[in-house]
Design a protein around this ligand. Structure first.
Ligand code: DC
Length: 215
């Protein structure tokens, strides 16, 4: 099995940007597992069904088209909030678990980012990062990102949305957001993207050595 790196953290923590760059640098494949939950939510919403309709959400998870994960609609705030709701359903999580594990098992190795990669999906991953930052900082970064894309947004709304998503992701019964016991905690409140990346790579190299291999 190739090197597996688990990157977990709350909404808008910057874990996606970090995970993508680590994958590129180390020549590993990359899976944004949040996009799986977002795609399930999108499919339920597109069919005009209720988000509470568990059977519909499970069917969407079982029939997920992995080629549709680049759909810009997945980045919509509404879809993100809906994803956090379908992600509370154990049956939806179970339907997506094997897919994520299969991806991680590939001999080429992979970086997976999400909420429960280090705790549930890949508990044996040799490298686990838990990326976080104060909610106010995450809201400020998300606001700057939206404004750069000319999407109108208000700081107060984004902060409220981030806090309610944290609340749901951390307190759900099934695979809640929490650092694995052996995760490296990366608090980026006072770090920029480059500093975060350097801190992560220093840690990764301390585990793998400069070759990027664990054995
Ligand atoms: O990382 P993101 O914001 O794209 O994730 C969207 C939602 O999906 C998030 O609020 C919780 C859920 N999620 C999850 O429960 N487990 C994962 N491994 C990834 C995401």
């Amino acid at each position: 099995m190739g090197l597996v790196i688990a990157v977990d953290g709350p909404a808008a923590s910057g874990k996606g940007t970090l995970a993508r760059r680590i994958a590129r640098e180390l020549g590993l494949r990359y899976l944004d597992t949040g996009a799986l939950y977002r795609a399930v939510a999108r499919d339920v919403l597109q069919k005009g069904l209720a988000l509470e309709d568990e059977a519909a959400a499970v069917a969407a998870a079982q029939n997920l088209d992995l080629n549709s994960l680049g759909d810009p609609a997945l980045r919509d705030q509404r879809v993100g909030a809906a994803a956090s709701k379908v992600a509370q359903m154990p049956s939806v999580r179970a339907a997506l678990l094997q897919l994520q594990r299969r991806y991680a098992r590939d001999p080429k190795g992979a970086v997976l980012d999400g909420r429960d990669i280090g705790t549930v999906v890949c508990p044996d991953a040799p490298v686990k990062l838990f990326v976080t930052a104060a909610p106010e900082i995450r809201a400020k970064r998300r606001l700057a990102e939206l404004r750069a894309r000319n999407i109108p947004a208000r700081y107060e709304d984004i902060l409220a949305e981030i806090k309610s998503r944290d609340q749901r992701d951390e307190n759900r019964a099934s695979s809640p957001l929490k650092p694995a016991e052996d995760a490296y905690l990366l608090n980026t409140t006072n770090l920029d993207i480059e500093e975060t990346y350097q801190a992560a790579m220093t840690y990764i190299m301390s585990i793998t050595g400069p070759s990027g291999c664990t054995s």
